[in-house]
Design a protein around this ligand. Structure first.
Ligand SMILES: *Cc1c(COP(=O)(O)O)cnc(C)c1O
Length: 474
């Protein structure tokens, strides 16, 4: 037994032998040699382990051939990269795991323009002197939200960090206990506070906070009053919150800036579409926030970014903070943001920005699209034993916006011999992967979050994932 294993292990080709293989030659030449050697070593190690456990009875030739194939596949996958387009059938518009906002065509084109060659990212083309990357978005944001100063950083977490570090380092920041939010597991107000060097002072209780709670906590170490939009939950029932206007009054009385972390910054009022009221950026400034921070890739519908707007004197202080250098946005973000903001200047913004389009789709339109998808599915899968019907679903905005908002939508429900979980798994393995919903043992594809053309691809993906249950194959 021992001898046999030993013999089999000795059957493993050497790294050199594989590299010298004439069949492998072209492949080796067209890739990075060091990386290939690393992959071959890893594969050899894997084979060593297999051969220690069992004797599969392969010849040296066969093992060598398996190994070369493995290395080729791995390298090709690596060079393609693993991030790929996914079809979102979940009905969650700002799905953080699926990359949040889908960019508009104009934003994508603008990114291409900015990166294909050189750009005027930091050059004033009139003077030929050094300019500022932030200037590209400054005026448009000022006009859209009505503010004196603007700054853009990597994301809203960075925006809050920069505000706190600039205005409240080694000093105290007062926040209502009911607003100590956690967003998506990694953004927590108390943690960001610690990182910024500011000291958190919690006031009130989970459900109730009054103006006197703030006033009692104010002392000479107080740097600012922070209000955090509870964007992914609501405190309901026996509650009391100090409004932004009331907080502004306290701020004025004690000469303290009021900072509002709005999270999902909306530029628009969506109540004409039957959505619950969410504070807009403009409103928040008008109601007295000295500084408002919000995300670029939530309801704004643009690239990942954190936007800081408000009083010029505070923004100027932030621009001088060295931390900004570490949080600065790149040219792709600026290009995408410019085009996204540009869309808000026009009245057809709800059709140009995919996020707004999905949010404002009418129920009739969604129903029609679901019927269309159902027809496509039935046509493609006529020989399969499946049940397809259009069902009403409750979609969600996601990304920490409109937490309690039910968006009435439509989905196609597909029932087959496959268990829904396995069905969903197979769809995720498709090209492109389709992420569907599983609800009550049924597989659902919500049409709200589909993009043009997805309806034509989905039937093929479904067919492929059902492969084994084709009636024709018995
Ligand atoms: C989403 C959110 C954040 C974090 O924003 P990112 O852009 O994801 O960094 C912070 N605060 C609030 C209130 C949010 O909703």
């Amino acid at each position: 037994m021992r001898r046999e294993t030993f013999t089999t292990l000795r059957n493993l080709p050497s790294v050199d032998e594989i590299l010298r293989d004439p069949e492998f030659h072209d492949f080796v030449r067209s890739y990075n040699r060091q990386i290939i050697v690393g992959l071959i070593r890893d594969e050899l190690e894997r084979w060593r382990e297999i051969l220690r456990r069992e004797q599969p009875g392969y010849s040296r030739q066969e093992i060598s051939s398996f190994l070369k194939n493995e290395v080729k596949n791995k390298l090709q996958n690596l060079s393609r990269g693993s991030i790929t387009r996914v079809i979102n059938g979940t009905g969650v518009i700002l799905h953080t795991n699926l990359g949040r906002a889908v960019l508009s065509l104009e934003a994508i084109e603008n990114v291409l323009l900015a990166v294909q060659g050189y750009s005027n990212l930091e050059m004033d083309l009139d003077t030929g002197e050094r300019g500022s990357r932030y200037l590209h978005v400054e005026e448009i944001i000022k006009r859209l939200v009505g503010c004196e100063g603007v700054l853009v950083v990597n994301n809203n977490a960075a925006a809050v960090l920069l505000v706190l570090n600039t205005l409240a380092r080694d000093r105290e920041v007062i926040v209502a206990r009911g607003q100590l939010v956690e967003i998506g597991g990694s953004f927590r107000i108390p943690e960001i506070m610690k990182l910024s060097g500011a000291r958190l002072v919690e006031v009130g209780t989970t459900n109730k906070t009054y103006t006197h709670d703030y006033e009692q906590a104010i002392n000479e170490s107080t740097a600012l009053l922070l209000m955090v939009h509870t964007s992914n939950y609501r405190v309901v029932g026996f509650t009391h919150e100090v409004s932004l206007r009331e907080l502004r009054n306290i701020g004025e009385k004690y000469r303290l800036p009021v900072v509002y972390d709005l999270g999902s910054g909306t530029m628009m009022d969506f109540s004409p579409w039957g959505l619950e009221p969410e504070p807009t950026v403009r409103e928040s400034l008008a109601q007295g926030a000295d500084i408002v921070t919000f995300s670029g890739d939530k309801l704004l519908g643009g690239p990942q970014a954190g936007i800081i707007v408000g009083k010029k004197k505070y923004l100027d202080q932030m621009k001088r903070n060295n931390l900004l250098r570490a949080l600065r946005v790149d040219k792709m973000t600026i290009a995408a943001l410019c085009a996204t903001l540009g869309a808000y200047l026009k009245s057809d913004v709800c059709s140009t920005l995919p996020v707004l389009n999905m949010l404002t789709s009418s129920v009739e339109e969604l129903r029609k699209r679901a019927e269309g998808l159902k027809d496509n599915l039935l046509q493609e899968l006529s020989s399969h034993d499946i049940e397809v019907r259009v069902v009403e679903v409750s979609d969600r905005v996601g990304g920490g916006a409109f937490p309690t908002q039910e968006l009435k939508g439509y989905a196609v429900e597909i029932k087959s011999e496959l268990k829904a979980e396995l069905f969903a798994y197979r769809l995720r393995q498709g090209t492109p992967p389709l992420v569907a919903r599983v609800q009550d043992e049924a597989l659902l594809v919500s049409v709200r979050t589909l993009l043009p053309g997805d309806e034509l691809v989905i039937p093929k993906l479904v067919k492929e994932s059902l492969g084994g249950t084709d009636k024709e194959r018995g």
